[in-house]
Ligand binder design. Structure first.
Ligand code: PGA
Length: 255
């Protein structure tokens, strides 16, 4: 796996670092290297994981590395960011299914160390507080992986979500349902609600790795770098986090 040259490594501030990479493959490899290093260095690590198209390459590299270099996940615990409301775990559009398919089925992680919110329970409110306290009881998240929506959402925290929100139920934006309808037969099948870690939950992670890829994210990247901090653009809060690394590919930064 390649090393990113110093010239591609911009420091926005002491806290937020931007790594500019050529393309999606390089983004995925770079993210995988960062995670694998942490996994190898730590005797007990809690990862926050994301779904969507962006981290698929990262998971592919983690699986490849596990097969070839036998990186062990015995001491790794994971918490996913979010889950759709009302989908069974065996529905192939659930994030539970996604995570098993892309990662968990292919590495040596114990099923009891893998956590996602349960979006298919009668009492979603209770599930939100259970999930939030469960993360805390486990000592919090060491490294949280994030993608970004073209509207600036992180997790399913849509524009307008209060920065102090903990894990909560959200009504999905039309733009988000439309973007995600590519995985469903019709847009009507896309759930209208989801459970997501809140911005406050995400901000408690000790370190954040934000992945931004493709032309459809160029506007969001620009706004993140150039804009102010506002609840209308949820990712902007990351400017206040002490340890954020952004990995961005040319399609997203060079528009
Ligand atoms: P994507 O989604 O990786 O599928 O683009 C990211 C997000 O909406 O958070």
């Amino acid at each position: 796996m390649g090393i990113i040259s110093a010239s591609n490594y911009d420091e926005m501030s002491d806290a937020m670092k931007v790594m500019k990479v050529k393309n999606y493959e390089e983004l995925s490899k770079t993210a995988a290297e960062i995670m694998i290093n942490k996994i190898n260095l730590s005797s007990s690590l809690t990862l926050g994981l994301a779904t969507g198209s962006t981290p698929e390459g990262l998971y592919r590299y983690l699986v490849q590395d596990h097969k070839s270099r036998h990186t062990s996940y015995e001491h790794v615990t994971t918490f996913n960011l979010d889950e759709y409301a009302g989908l069974n775990r065996d529905n192939e559009n659930s994030y539970y299914y996604y995570m098993n398919h892309h990662l968990f089925n292919h590495i040596n992680i114990s099923p009891e160390n893998v956590h996602l919110p349960n979006g298919n329970t009668v009492n979603l409110e209770e599930e939100c507080s259970r999930y939030e306290s469960f993360i805390e009881q486990n000592g919090g998240i060491d490294l949280q992986v994030l993608g970004i929506g073209s509207n600036g959402h992180i997790g399913f925290n849509e524009p307008g979500t209060p920065f102090q929100a903990k894990t909560h139920i959200v009504e999905l934006d039309d733009t988000t349902r439309k973007a995600n309808s590519r995985f469903f037969h019709t847009i009507n099948e896309v759930p209208t609600h989801a459970v997501t870690m809140g911005i406050a939950t995400i901000m408690k992670s000790r370190e954040i790795l934000l992945l931004i890829s493709g032309k459809s994210k160029a506007e969001a990247f620009k706004r993140l770098i150039e804009g102010g901090i506002s609840e209308q653009f949820p990712a902007s809060i990351l400017k206040q986090h002490p340890q954020v690394t952004i990995i961005v590919d040319r399609d997203a930064y060079d528009c």
